[in-house]
Design a protein around this ligand. Structure first.
Ligand code: PBG
Length: 323
């Protein structure tokens, strides 16, 4: 035997020399849930260790993360039912707590990268990402106008990246145009390019209380059976001016991450979603899996598949280890 692959695995230092991929804190975006009451803090039951935070706690959390090397955050609002309506009015009301909080976060941490979510669901009494007509259809072009107003209101707070997660056709181009016309050509768009109609979003919808009141999201989010369709979405996003392409969920869609990485030159992001996190926590609580080891393996596998950036609820926990 003159070829013995085990020689390159013989010690920690040799394994480190030949290691092909590594996850660093700088690769991670930490999703955070913002509550209306400034001093409130409520754990998400299905996501142990993840909290819905009022602005005072949120500022502390961002500060702690920054010190650990996590400098990018995707902030989602928890909207009380009384603020919701069919046309998501609160999503572009500059006095609404989400928008005023974003302004404060950017003012206190100008060096942080703040990402926001564009979709109607947290603000919609229907719980859908777009407008719903009386027959239950999700209206595409009519929704764009609202999404554009929402993106603009978010841009005005000083945030860095807009994340359209709604999957309406044409929204990236529409939002790009609105932002540019209003002087926000420097605000980036991370498009949820290949966002699948997935059951892995369950715990997130619990956290935000944003589940659809009727129907499902299958007429706008992608069919989990499809891979090539992601190329159609990615072509459109590139043409429409996206700065990043995202695949979501991550773990069950590693092939799609690889496909986009191989076919596009834009940075590829992957969203390691709430259900992926909850599964590991549940097994770890039972003593069936080692949470830290699984966290590292999961993040590495997403990186190895081709993701440059990972949105993950593990971000803070990961950063507490050495990179
Ligand atoms: C809103 C949105 C969702 C997620 C991110 N943005 C839920 C959905 O589309 O139903 C899911 C994130 C997660 O599960 O961690 N459109």
């Amino acid at each position: 035997m003159n070829i013995r692959p085990r020689r390159n695995r013989k010690s920690p230092v040799v394994r480190a020399l030949v290691r092909e991929n590594q996850v660093c804190a700088k690769d991670l975006i930490y999703p955070l849930f913002l509550l209306e009451g400034a001093n409130k803090k409520i754990e998400v039951e299905s996501m142990p260790g993840i909290y819905r935070l009022g602005i005072e706690h949120m500022l502390k959390e961002v500060d702690e993360c920054m010190k650990l090397g996590i400098k990018s955050f995707d902030i989602f609002p928890v909207v009380e039912e009384k603020h919701k309506d069919k046309v998501a009015t609160k999503s572009y009301d500059d006095t609404f707590f989400y928008l005023t909080a974003l302004k404060r976060i950017k003012a206190e941490f100008p060096e942080a990268c703040i990402m926001t979510d564009v979709a109607m669901d947290p603000y919609s009494s229907d719980g859908h990402d777009g407008l719903v007509d009386k027959n239950g259809n999700i209206l595409n072009d009519e929704s764009l106008e609202i999404l554009g107003k929402m993106a603009l209101a978010q841009a005005r707070t000083g945030i860095d990246i807009i994340g359209p997660s709604d999957m309406m056709d044409g929204r990236v181009g529409y939002i790009r145009e609105v932002l540019d016309l209003e002087g926000f050509s420097n605000v980036s768009i991370m498009s949820y390019t290949a966002k699948y109609a997935s059951a892995f979003y369950g715990p997130f919808r619990d956290a935000l209380d944003s589940a659809p009141k009727s129907g499902d999201k299958k007429t706008y989010q992608m069919d989990p059976a499809n891979q090539r369709e992601a190329l159609i979405e990615a072509d459109l996003d590139v043409e429409e001016g996206a700065d990043f392409l995202m695949v979501k969920p991550a773990l069950a869609y590693l092939d799609v991450i690889k496909l986009l990485k191989d076919n596009y030159d834009l940075p590829i992001a992957a969203y390691n979603v709430s259900g992926e996190y909850a599964m590991v926590c549940a097994a770890a609580e039972k003593g069936w899996l080692d949470k830290t080891a699984i966290m590292n393996e999961v993040l590495l596998s997403i990186k190895r598949a081709g993701a440059d950036i990972i949105l993950t609820y593990y971000a803070k926990e990961f950063a507490k280890q050495e990179c």
